[in-house]
Ligand binder design. Structure first.
Ligand code: AMP
Ligand code: MG
Length: 418
């Protein structure tokens, strides 16, 4: 049974997840520039203009079966025998059907003029140069009508669609050889922190490796963004301002990890304020309370927590929908599926938790979800153990067997849905 704990919520001053997301999305402006590319180069791009078919598909009435094309009026009763007057394999143009005859026809072949049904082979018996019709045909039976799948002039792929292989196949099937797509979004990434070393460098006391730059760049590349790597920025106001100004000049969006808290070593916040405007939102979620959003000149800026797990989660929850909308996609919101908890959550937080979790098959083949045993947001290996995030509502006890919402990484990482 779900029950609510009696702890008093003390999230005063914090924005809810929904409120923060809507605020962010209000500022996401889809890329306008577009280009025309050959169909073979369009995979993963975002369609800028709808694809219309100039032809009917199928282009003519054709047979859905191997069998015999007949005139229903020529088959008054079961057992009627008709002379086989022609053979129509796929890819040939038939003669009109002679009265009181049948035409041998194969799947996809054009229906001869005059025929109004196809009797499937299994409902016939060959009798020399005749065929016996064993089942009375209905008018229109086993005929695929011209334009039944696609009518000439109709939109077959909407603008704002991520072009998946099936969209390219569909466009090709109506003879479209090139598509007009959005230009990719350019995103500049930088990491702040004097403690950061690049992997490959020898570790020094007090230093840590810069993992965020790889996580963020990878997430962006997987979404089809063009990444501009601005590298690491020293913890001084001047260096941070300089790097941010250059990033904003070169990119459609700037993302910085770390340095957005209020400590003396956190220079990203004052630098963005000096160059434009910044809001620092404390959001009632775990992990990842602070998220910075603002503008450097006209260029939007997102500042994520430096903590690698918080960065990963806040990126997926907030930066991702913002970027998908900016890329020009119609579908940019994260989707969750409902599954079953294979864990107890007896001490809920007053903030909503997006906990690292694994979707598994239970003993009976049903979907269940397990959670990473630690709540610590410092454990980066937890995000490679997980295959998604389970949503644990605020102030809400969960018992094993109860329904929970789960956002699989296959929804949160990559192109997004069509
Ligand atoms: P900050 O948000 O700058 O206060 O950083 C919070 C924590 O995240 C600190 O422990 C930082 O050392 C760590 N951190 C910040 N940036 C990175 C990064 N690029 N890669 C890995 N850890 C980081
Ligand atoms: Mg820092």
């Amino acid at each position: 049974m779900n029950d609510t704990c009696n702890c008093t919520p003390t999230t005063t001053g914090l924005k809810s997840y929904e409120e923060a997301l809507e605020l962010l999305l209000q500022h996401a402006v889809p890329v306008q520039e577009q280009e025309t590319v050959p169909l073979g180069d369009a995979l993963g791009r975002i369609l800028a203009e709808p694809v219309r078919s100039t032809i009917d598909v199928p282009g003519w009435d054709n047979s859905a079966m191997d069998g015999y094309a007949v005139r229903v009026a020529d088959v008054p009763e079961e057992g009627t025998r008709l002379k086989v007057s022609q053979h129509i394999p796929a890819g040939t143009a038939p003669e009109p059907l002679e009265p009181d005859t049948a035409a041998r026809i194969f799947t996809g072949a054009p229906i001869p003029e005059g025929a109004d049904a196809v009797v499937m082979q299994e409902q016939t018996s060959p009798r020399g140069d005749e065929v016996q019709i064993d089942t009375l045909p209905e008018p229109g039976a086993n005929i695929r009508r011209a334009g039944e799948d696609i009518e000439a002039g109709s939109v077959i792929v909407e603008a704002g669609t991520r072009l998946q292989p099936q969209h390219l196949g569909l466009a090709a099937s109506v003879g479209v050889g090139e598509l007009t797509v959005k230009r990719p979004l350019k995103v500049a990434v930088l990491a702040s922190g004097d403690e950061l070393l690049m992997p490959g460098e020898p570790l020094k006391p007090g230093m840590i490796y810069n993992s965020n730059i790889f996580t963020v760049s990878g997430l962006l590349q997987a979404m089809g963004c063009e990444v501009i790597d601005m590298g690491q920025v020293a913890d001084t106001l001047e260096a941070t301002k300089e790097a941010l100004a250059e990033a904003a000049e070169r990119a459609d969006l700037v993302i910085a990890s770390g340095g957005v808290s209020v400590g003396e070593e956190d220079h990203v916040r004052p630098a963005v304020q000096a160059l434009g405007s910044l809001d620092l939102w404390k959001i009632a979620i775990r992990p990842g309370k602070p998220l910075a959003f603002g503008h450097i000149g006209d260029t939007p800026f997102i500042g994520t927590p430096g903590n690698p797990v918080s960065l990963f989660v806040t990126f997926l929850l907030f930066a991702r929908p913002f970027i998908l909308k900016s890329l020009g996609l119609n579908e940019y919101r994260n989707r969750a599926i409902r599954t079953t908890a294979a864990f107890d959550w007896p001490r809920p937080d007053k903030r909503r938790e997006f906990h690292r979790a694994r979707l598994e098959r239970g003993a009976d083949g049903e979907n269940i979800v397990e959670i990473y045993p630690s709540r610590s947001s410092a454990v980066l290996s937890s995000v490679t153990w997980a295959n998604g995030l389970v949503i644990l509502p605020e102030n809400h006890v969960i018992r094993g067997g109860e329904p929970v919402e789960f956002m699989p990484f296959c929804e949160l990482i990559g192109w997004g849905s069509a």
